[in-house]
Design a binder for this molecule. Structure first.
Ligand SMILES: Cc1cc2nc3c(=O)[nH]c(=O)nc-3n(C[C@H](O)[C@H](O)[C@H](O)COP(=O)(O)O)c2cc1C
Ligand code: SF4
Length: 811
């Protein structure tokens, strides 16, 4: 009953309370609702910012680059460094950077999706500022001194550089006193218009030091699944410089600068490929100052790029890729000159089938009566009477043609409409300290200083081992619109420098080699096509020589008139692909009907001109085509032309399949032992005839051996196959007088360089000991094992490169 009364009495009590307190109740409810509303509103606004960041502003291009670090006379034209077709692409929206975690790491239980996309940091050059941060670590003080010096030099430069208004004075941080989490989990928090650029200077200690802790920390951050893979992608860029001691740790394999290398690697991962300049390394007992200076100039250039809103500039695909790879480029076919290569299925797949306009002009000329008539300046005979007036010339490789597309896809840059340039795999290899091509062992050409180009993509042969004969134009005559030599020179050098610059973020590229590569010293005029086909080849060569760029020109012995008129080059090659007419027809598949007569005429010209320039026979051995029983035939040809040198190289096989119509397979690749055997037999035959050739050098890595005329290129009993390039230019410029009989020129003997290095001599292999030989994963082991077995069996090594593909440049 009591309970009933109290229950029924409740509403009246509530009513009484309501009457007594209704105003405060109403007011508090209204405020609570207001608060809830406000919270929802604010939260929704914040989310919106995170989901769709404000787009970055397209940045104006800044043309005031500091070129002081490039040699003025042969450095790239100023506009080379201003090339930036991607400025607009780079200025893309800022994605929010991963939030830095403070305090101990807590595991929430649910695995977060890793952030894998590469974030870009936009830089608005009108509002943002670059803040360089110099981090260093030093135990005995050396690195600290260099770090302070860098700080000063950079500050002075920033004060002077025209384009550095948006670059702040650098800050110096000793890693020993730094909270790593403040800088290496996410960029420091500051005002949104300050963007950071990290410079890290480190010694190396193979003992436990603060550096080991730093490295562990970077590694831990990267491996922490709760943190995005690239939490530092909010910085504008980074670069590392290491100090080491070559006396104790002579090579990188033995630990020279190993910790700087490690830090560089981890920062690539943490920043999402934001390496702004290659890792620099200085030997504290060597040329540290010079190396640091080069590195600083590169860093300054990168700072200007970012401060101008151009980001880190262009990079090759994978540039600074966090997936650091110890492998050589996998598709070697893409990297080097295709001559002397047996095609793979893959390579063949890359060919575009529709090459009807240019692929086989020889065929077209005979089958088409409507096309423009060829004016064959290479031919001895005049056009047949009754021939129609030639139509206007057309472009050899129009930009819209499938040939252009195919060549571009293969990595060529087409200049104008008939020239091409491509960075060869050895250039990339040398930039990464992994060895130069055989031309370094034989002649002293460092591959990272070498440009590979051709002024004529067209050729008059269809050699079986030239895997590009399906994609490059062929023809017997020059009937195309002709680009001026200066345009070609500017175009190829610009494109070459651009390609080199794209390598700056590639793992393993060395700062000093990168800096050196910005001054082309050599040009291999070969690539694909026939350089002397170009009517103004002499002017082009003269432009190169006037820039102190040496020229190695390779021709196919099909254009005697042009060969006779050619100005002396640093080294003149003729491809000798067979020793007799039948064999030459089969292997070179020439378009000229009088190919053998042309070939012989070229040999005679070489004979006549052998004291004007270094002349070379280039033999590419293909088993089953041009090796067996041909030694005497080749000796006949050598006797006819008496070249200074004979390069003998086994054809390179880059895959496993047959080479289409030619029916070439792996079986056609000679073992290195077979090449050696061939060379020995050839030398014997030459000596029987009293011609005095000997084996000057070898590069087993490329399956290549050099014979030289010992009466001319042996000095005091030692081989002297290297070239004194500076002297060549002095002779060219008339600064020194040559010893030519007419008193008005020079002889190859006048620019003989140093003795052939010991490691390049016959039996020594020929791999530059300064560099690191890199074996490709899997294949390397297989081939290395096979090589070992072969060596045990006394058969020498495989005729294919153990790095896969190998150098194939030049005919
Ligand atoms: C105990 C010890 C270990 C070292 N280990 C290496 C090494 O593994 N690799 C290397 O290149 N240099 C090594 N060095 C050389 C130092 O990196 C070099 O002397 C550096 O300049 C020291 O810099 P700091 O004076 O700034 O500490 C080592 C030096 C010492 C004393
Ligand atoms: S392979 Fe040819 S292009 Fe490449 S570096 Fe050697 S010479 Fe130069």
């Amino acid at each position: 009953m009591t309970l009933q009364t109290s229950v029924w009495g409740l509403p009246s009590e509530l009513l009484a309370i309501w009457h007594a307190h209704r105003i405060p109740i109403l007011l508090s409810t209204a405020s609570l609702l207001g608060l809830v509303r406000l919270t929802i509103y604010l939260r929704s606004r914040r989310e919106k910012v995170a989901q769709s960041p404000a787009p970055g502003s397209p940045a104006a291009k800044n043309n005031d680059l500091d070129l002081a670090w490039i040699a003025p006379e042969t450095g790239p034209e100023k506009n080379i460094l201003q090339i930036d077709n991607h400025a607009e692409d780079i200025a893309i929206a800022v994605a929010p950077t991963a939030k830095a975690r403070q305090g101990p790491k807590t595991v929430r239980g649910n695995k977060l999706a890793r952030q894998t996309t590469k974030q870009a940091t936009s830089f608005d050059s009108t509002a943002d500022r670059v803040q360089p941060l110099i981090f260093f670590s030093s135990l005995s003080g050396t690195t600290e001194i260099y770090a302070s010096q860098l700080m000063q030099d950079l500050s002075t430069w920033i004060g002077q550089a025209q384009t550095s208004q948006s670059i702040e004075k650098p800050q110096l941080h000793d890693l020993s006193y730094l909270e790593y989490d403040d800088y290496f989990i996410s960029p420091p928090k500051s005002d949104p218009n300050t963007k950071y650029f990290y410079l890290v200077l480190l010694p190396t200690y193979n003992i436990d030091t603060v550096l080991s802790t730093f490295l562990e920390n970077l590694q831990e951050t990267h491996n922490d699944f709760r943190i995005g893979t690239a939490p530092l992608s909010g910085i504008l860029g980074y670069s590392v410089f290491g100090f080491g001691d070559k006396e104790g740790w002579p090579t990188e394999e033995e630990g020279f600068c190993s910790q700087a290398k490690e830090v560089d690697k981890w920062l690539a991962k943490l920043t999402g490929r934001r390496r702004a300049f290659p890792l620099g390394m200085g030997d504290v007992k060597g040329q540290t100052q010079e190396r640091l200076h080069e590195w600083r100039l590169g860093v300054q250039e990168a700072l200007i790029e970012v401060a101008s809103g151009r980001g880190l500039g262009e990079g090759v695909p994978g540039s600074g890729d966090p997936a650091e790879s110890g492998e050589e480029d996998v598709d070697e076919m893409e990297d080097s000159d295709g001559e002397g290569v047996i095609p793979t299925k893959q390579a063949k797949r890359t060919k575009l089938a529709k090459l009807d306009d240019l692929e086989d002009l020889g065929r077209m000329i005979t089958t088409s009566s409507s096309g423009p008539l060829a004016v064959d300046f290479t031919t001895y005979k005049s056009p047949k009477s009754g021939a129609t007036v030639p139509a206007a010339p057309k472009e050899m490789v129009p930009a819209s043609s499938p040939t252009h597309a195919a060549l571009t896809k293969q990595g060529y840059t087409i200049i104008g409409s008939h020239s091409g340039v491509k960075i060869c795999r050895w250039t990339k290899s040398a930039l990464r300290g992994r060895g130069s091509c055989y031309k370094y062992s034989f002649y002293g050409i460092q591959s990272h200083l070498c440009m590979e180009a051709t002024p004529s993509l067209s050729c008059s042969n269809k050699c079986v081992f030239c895997w590009r004969h399906g994609t490059n134009p062929v023809g017997t005559t020059w009937r195309w619109i002709t680009d001026p030599p200066q345009v070609i020179f500017d175009g190829i050098t610009t494109a070459h420098y651009k390609k080199i610059r794209m390598m700056k973020g590639v793992p393993g590229v060395r700062a000093e080699r990168f800096a050196e590569a910005m001054r082309i010293r050599h040009c291999a005029l070969s690539l694909v096509g026939e350089p002397i086909f170009y009517p103004h080849i002499n002017e082009l060569i003269n432009i190169m020589h006037s820039r102190r760029i040496s020229t190695f020109l390779v021709c196919n012995a099909q254009h005697p008139a042009q060969l006779a008129a050619l100005v002396p080059v640093t080294q003149l090659y003729v491809s000798i692909d067979a020793s007799n007419k039948d064999s030459l027809r089969k292997i070179d598949r020439p378009l000229h009907r009088d190919f053998w007569e042309r070939f012989c005429a070229c040999l005679d010209i070489l004979h006549q001109r052998r004291f004007e320039q270094r002349t070379v026979f280039r033999l590419t051995l293909v088993k089953g085509f041009n090796m067996a029983d041909e030694v005497r035939g080749y000796a006949d040809l050598v006797e006819r032309a008496l070249p200074g040198f004979v390069e003998v190289k086994g054809v390179t096989f880059c895959g496993t399949s047959a080479a289409g119509n030619a029916g070439l397979t792996m079986q056609n690749v000679p073992f290195y032992a077979e090449v050696q055997e061939f060379v020995t037999a050839l030398v014997e035959e030459l000596n029987k005839r009293g011609l005095g050739y000997g084996i000057g050098a070898e590069h087993a890595h490329s399956c290549c051996v050099l014979l030289a005329d010992e009466r001319r290129f042996k000095r005091n009993g030692r081989w002297a196959t290297r070239i004194d390039f500076e002297r060549f230019f002095d002779l060219y410029e008339g600064k020194v007088k040559g010893t030519a009989e007419d008193g008005d020129g020079w002889r190859p003997e006048d620019y003989v360089g140093d003795d052939t290095p010991e490691w390049a001599l016959w039996g020594k292999g020929g791999f530059d000991p300064r560099d690191t030989r890199v074996f490709r994963k899997g294949k390397a082991r297989r081939d290395a094992a096979l090589e070992e077995a072969l060596e045990e069996a006394g058969l020498g090594s495989l005729g294919v490169s153990v790095t896969g593909g190998d150098e194939t440049a030049e005919r």
